[in-house]
Design a protein around this ligand. Structure first.
Ligand SMILES: Nc1ncnc2c1ncn2[C@@H]1O[C@H](COP(=O)(O)OP(=O)(O)OP(=O)(O)O)[C@@H](O)[C@H]1O
Ligand SMILES: [Mg+2]
Length: 349
């Protein structure tokens, strides 16, 4: 396997005989062939009109190649970022200054990020958005989690957003918070793999093509990790900085450290660390540090960043996420986080 080349794979692909209804495929539609450590990935450019046929073609390519070459795995993926980029370019040409127009009236943009998944980014994003709203801030929420958008569920919002007369997306409204999520724009069964460039244009479009109006603060719920989405957000949105959230275990803290390192590399300021699931309140009111103690605080100290505060593991928090209505959450944890954040941050208000 080690010396099989892209050219050879392409040659084999060209020889594959197709059924009549698959004949729209041509080898020009092969966008990339990546061979890495014995694994082969073939990207095929698809549009919404031909992805069903190309999905079938992709399977056929996989099957045929498996017979001819000795690879650990052969996978075909459909991509369509070219289409999105073209839309971007067209918009750029129509109205250059339009690009950041929507964001011009947004005074502050803050990303909520973590290195590790499932540590509570979306929970924090939604609940602090509501806490800011209670303090009379004009708030927006952008769900940049292209792979697993959870904001629609957490705010019980569904449907497709409409466009206004200037062809800007009208955001959804949760009690006054302006909300946009890729979840509103995707078809649930959309098979397209959201690879780098696609992630890039989807996030850019959501940020720039939404009619945010005047906002004091736009909160961006990031996907986990240190990949394309993080880079895109940091390079395309005028961020004040990022709040990094972690649980107290050392694995999570290590990932948080990586995320902080990545943001610093791309010149995004770290506005502070929030520790989530810090402790558990026992029925008698005492605290139990199930995941260790002060991990987030110590990391903040080590990296010389602001420690914003901690949030306990609390059943009410989870129940309210599932209920889709953060306004029902009676606990004050997120108000305290917002107050602590406001004390140390220099928001432009
Ligand atoms: N402090 C908490 N107490 C109880 N449950 C919590 C707490 N924080 C988050 N959860 C629950 O943990 C789960 C994961 O939280 P959430 O979806 O906010 O994480 P995430 O970091 O956004 O995940 P992903 O990386 O998948 O985007 C959710 O079910 C949420 O309700
Ligand atoms: Mg999330």
């Amino acid at each position: 396997m080690s010396n099989i080349s892209k050219e050879e794979i392409l040659k084999l692909v060209k020889e594959i005989s197709l059924d009549k209804d698959e004949s729209i495929f041509s080898s020009d539609l092969i966008e990339d062939i990546v061979i890495k450590e014995g694994h082969v990935q073939i990207s095929i450019f698809a549009t919404k009109d031909n992805f069903q046929i190309l999905e079938k073609v992709g399977k056929k390519i996989e099957k045929t190649l498996k017979k001819s070459i000795n690879a650990l795995s052969i996978t075909s993926v459909l991509t369509n970022h070219i289409e999105s980029n073209q839309v971007d370019q067209k918009d750029d040409q129509v109205d250059q200054k339009d690009d950041n127009e929507s964001l011009k009236k947004v005074k502050n943009i803050i990303a909520i990020a973590s290195g590790k998944g499932g540590v509570g980014k979306s929970t924090l994003a939604v609940n602090i958005a509501y806490s800011f709203l209670k303090q009379n801030f004009k708030v927006g929420l952008l769900d940049a989690d292209i792979h697993g958008p959870s904001i629609p569920h957490m705010l019980n919002l569904e449907g497709k957003p409409e466009l206004n007369e200037n062809r800007k997306i009208i955001p959804f409204d949760y009690k006054g918070i302006k909300v946009i999520s890729i979840g509103f724009l995707l078809n649930e069964d959309q098979p397209v793999i959201w690879r780098g460039p696609m992630v890039h244009s989807a996030i850019k479009q959501m940020a720039q093509d939404t009619d945010w109006g005047n906002l004091d603060i736009l909160i961006v719920d990031m996907p986990p990790g240190t990949g394309d989405a993080q880079i895109t957000v940091s390079q395309n949105l005028p961020l004040n900085g990022a709040i990094v959230i972690s649980t107290p275990q050392s694995v999570a803290l290590n990932d948080a450290k990586k995320a902080i390192g990545m943001f610093e590399k791309v010149d995004v300021k770290i506005l502070g660390i929030v520790e989530n699931m810090s402790y558990f309140i026992l029925p008698d009111g005492s605290k139990e540090d199930i995941f260790g103690k002060d991990g987030g605080k110590n990391l903040a100290k080590e990296l010389k960043v602001n420690f914003i505060g901690s949030i306990p593991l609390d059943k009410e928090i989870r129940l309210n996420s599932d209920l889709g209505d953060p306004s029902k959450l009676e606990e004050k944890y997120f108000d305290e986080i917002v107050n602590s954040f406001l004390k140390n941050s220099k928001l432009k208000i």
